[in-house]
Design a protein around this ligand. Structure first.
Ligand code: FE2
Length: 338
């Protein structure tokens, strides 16, 4: 009996130490990039912390986080849209990050207002034009896309796209409902064809002569330029890039961003992963691999990105998207934008 007690306590302490040293971070993410997978693998190699990933749409993940609020099954929530993180924050699902190291790396305007999320990458939503056919009087603003000058000449994807919803939400936030409705109706009237395909298909459409203007996220231009398909590379080469609203509030941008889940079991590991993802090396790596913009200070854009031009970004609307998202969807419906 005198022997058994120490033995039991040794076994117990071994069990306990193996339990607490199950080094992992559990991720709910909306992203589906090979680059992420590679960076997570690198992180595990460097730290021994396993990255467990569950991928789904933002709404599905939000519903899950709400259902698990009493016993969180995720440590980190990553979305491709600032609005989804603001919604998680408003539902009390996120914790303050409180990391000077991470937060000092990133412009304040790109971080969640309550200190509960930070961006990982950024993109702009830009207008591209046919170098051969669009003429000299090019659009300078999103509003110009709605001008009758472009009747039947604009290619843009469906209103079910989160990218368009986020753009319209930013217009709603900055210019109000009548202007947002007029814009949606004007662009709908200017469409070269009923919305179909993704952003890259709109750029391809311009190259094929279906229209003269298209709307796309910036990184898709990078993906076309680096494509194995010569037709895609030619499509990219056939268009010029316009960052809208440069004399106003700046071009619409959105972020992939991450928030620490309130009650996260592996909070220190989640913070370590965020430190890693916002390091200069990984930020530069994202620019190279996905053509998304780095969000940390002092990381130079790739030459391919510099070719798009430098631009002023609309950081202010980024924090207004969650509050205008629902209304944006209604306005698209009202305008008959499929
Ligand atoms: Fe995308």
């Amino acid at each position: 009996m005198r022997q058994t007690l120490p033995l039991v306590s040794i076994v117990l302490s071994l069990l306990f130490s193996s339990f607490i040293s199950a080094k992992e971070v559990r991720l709910y993410t909306q992203r589906h990039y090979t680059a992420d997978k590679q960076f997570f693998a690198q992180f595990t190699k460097d730290t021994g912390i396993e990255v467990k990933v569950i991928k789904a749409g933002a709404n599905e993940l939000l519903t899950r986080l709400k259902a698990e609020k009493a016993a969180p099954q995720a440590d980190l929530f990553i979305t491709t849209d600032a609005a989804a993180l603001d919604r998680a924050d408003a539902a009390g699902l996120l914790d303050k990050l409180n990391s000077e190291k991470i937060q000092s790396r990133i412009p304040e305007g790109l971080q969640g207002k309550n200190g509960t999320w930070v961006p990982i990458t950024m993109r702009g939503r830009v207008i591209v034009y046919s170098k051969a056919r669009a003429g000299k009087n090019l659009p300078k603003t999103y509003k110009d896309l709605a001008s009758s000058q472009w009747r039947g000449r604009v290619l843009i994807r469906s209103s079910s796209s989160g990218y368009n919803q986020s753009l319209l939400a930013s217009i709603l936030a900055a210019e109000g409902r009548p202007a947002a409705l007029a814009w949606a109706q004007g662009v709908k009237n200017n469409m070269a064809r009923p919305p179909q395909g993704g952003d890259r298909d709109q750029v391809r459409g311009v190259a094929q002569g279906l229209g003269e203007l298209a709307v796309t996220n910036t990184y898709y231009l990078g993906l076309l330029e680096k494509s194995d398909d010569p037709k895609d590379r030619a499509a990219r080469a056939a268009v010029g890039v316009i960052f809208p609203n440069q004399n106003g509030r700046g071009a619409h941008v959105n972020v992939s961003a991450a928030g620490i889940v309130k009650g996260a079991k592996n909070r220190p590991h989640a913070v370590a992963l965020l430190e890693f993802l916002t390091s200069s090396e990984v930020q530069a790596g994202y620019q190279k691999m996905t053509s998304e913009f780095a969000v940390t200070k002092g990381v130079e854009p790739e030459p391919l990105q510099k070719n798009w031009g430098s631009f002023k970004a609309d950081y202010a609307s980024l924090h207004e998207l969650a509050g205008h998202h629902e209304e944006a969807v209604k306005i698209f419906d009202l305008a008959g934008w499929k």
